[in-house]
Design a protein around this ligand. Structure first.
Ligand code: ATP
Ligand code: MG
Length: 402
């Protein structure tokens, strides 16, 4: 074996007694996600996680990409494996680090040694290796404070590893360690970002999407499933519940109060989402709402929405502006799909002048004029269609014949 992947755990290293639980969760995720790229052995030594290819068939580049999307990891790197003698380490470092050292103007070497039988201590190893690299790359200068490139050498029990700068990992907590919540997924820019942010805090996600055919199209539904598929690279497999919402929505339009329509509809969605969540054991609802972004996201409107049901509503985007949300959407890979111009059920039947300061009393009065709504909501919740996103995740990819 010539190369492997190293992963460094993030804040969960702080979790005291629970640490083993977090470690096991992140290792399980690593094993599962890298599984698509070959057979890897995943193990831990001194809080570093090792992802070791079992044979030459492994796609290390692909596995590295998958690892960068695993929550709970502070950093990842790709490392050369060498025998534990200095000559071998130096020769391998010179050859393996050609690219990063070729580009850098300054560098430093950091050495770690858990095998105390190794004849050099960490300081000596760093100094000697630095000397060899300077000789091989005479354009380089040493800068211990702000180097362009940090070379790491680690002497462990069975081998030594050499690598250059670590790449920042996805951070956060391993998915599944914080419980389960439902994310209300529209096809917009915001809700996929909200899903990403809460998965990053360790939640297992289920998606809930409201569709109102024929007012919303098959393409709009497919767009949401595509977004969910993209999210699974971060959050793992996810069940999506597609709720047939047409009847309830038409009923609200016909029996509700026009300028309160949006808030009435959002309350109705929250109640349906509550029923589905209780059924599937999700303990909170996640939305992509951001304070004051639109009429239904003013504080009075959110107060009315929150009063509709009794599960906590998590709104990770509440204090972010559209530019920040958009940046994140691009980073996580959902933006391009989100801007496809298909209608959402939230954009049909919208009144020309929605009330931006609805009062709960008037909302309750308006709902009193909708006696059939609870039944329609219950039917919608029961009729939700379950779709599994992320089927291909962790499954071995067919290697392309070149
Ligand atoms: P997004 O960009 O996520 O669509 P938005 O700014 O367009 O959000 P709204 O359309 O008011 O805002 O929706 C607010 C939130 O309500 C969304 O972020 C999402 O969580 C939820 N939501 C909206 N439409 C739907 C839908 N059709 N199905 C499920 N949830 C929805
Ligand atoms: Mg929307």
């Amino acid at each position: 074996m010539k190369e492997l992947l190293l992963a460094y755990q993030g804040e969960m290293a702080l979790k005291g007694l629970n640490r083993v639980t977090f470690e096991n969760a992140v290792m399980k995720t690593i094993k599962y996600r890298t599984g698509a790229y070959g057979d890897f052995k995943v193990y831990k030594a001194q809080s570093t996680l090792y992802v070791e290819p079992k044979n030459d068939d492994c796609d290390l580049e692909g596995a590295f990409g998958a690892l960068c999307q695993v929550f709970g990891l502070a950093a990842v790197s790709r490392a050369a494996v060498c025998e534990k003698n200095f000559e071998e380490i130096a020769a391998r470092a010179v050859e393996y680090l050609k690219k990063p050292l070729g580009k850098a103007k300054t560098f430093k070497v950091e050495a770690k040694r858990s095998d105390k039988a190794f004849p050099m201590n960490s300081m000596e190893l760093a100094r000697e290796l630095g000397g060899r690299l300077l000789a091989a790359y005479p354009h380089l200068k040493v800068d211990v404070h702000h180097p362009d490139c940090t070379v790491m050498v680690e002497v462990r029990d069975y081998a030594a590893y050499v690598h250059a700068d670590k790449v920042k990992g996805a951070g956060g907590m391993p998915v599944g360690t914080s419980g389960k919540a439902s994310v209300m997924l529209s096809g917009g820019i915001d809700s996929p970002v909200a899903a990403f942010m809460m998965a990053k805090r360790g939640l297992t996600l289920a998606g809930i999407h409201f569709a109102s055919p024929p007012y919303t199209s098959e393409r709009a539904r497919q767009k949401v499933l595509d977004l969910a598929e993209q999210l699974t690279g971060w959050c793992g497999r996810m069940e999506i519940y597609v709720v047939p919402f047409t009847e309830a929505q038409v009923y609200i339009r016909d029996h509700g109060v026009e300028d309160l329509f949006t808030v009435l509809m959002r309350r109705s969605m929250m109640r349906v989402a509550n029923q589905i969540s209780r059924r599937i054991g999700a303990q909170a609802l996640i939305t992509g709402e951001s304070l004051a972004q639109v009429a239904s996201q003013t504080l009075p409107a959110l107060v009315c929405t929150d009063a509709a049901q009794d599960l906590p509503v998590l709104r990770p985007l509440i204090g972010m502006d559209k530019v920040e949300i958009t940046e994140l959407a691009r980073k996580i890979g959902t933006f391009e799909t989100s801007i496809l111009p298909y209608e959402d059920c939230c954009t049909i039947f919208t009144p020309p002048h929605p009330k931006t300061r609805p009062q709960l009393e008037e909302i309750l009065q308006a709902e009193a004029a909708c006696p059939d709504l609870p039944r329609l909501e219950q039917e919608a919740a029961q009729a939700a269609e379950k779709v599994l996103a992320g089927r291909a995740l962790g499954k071995k990819q067919k290697r392309r014949e070149d």
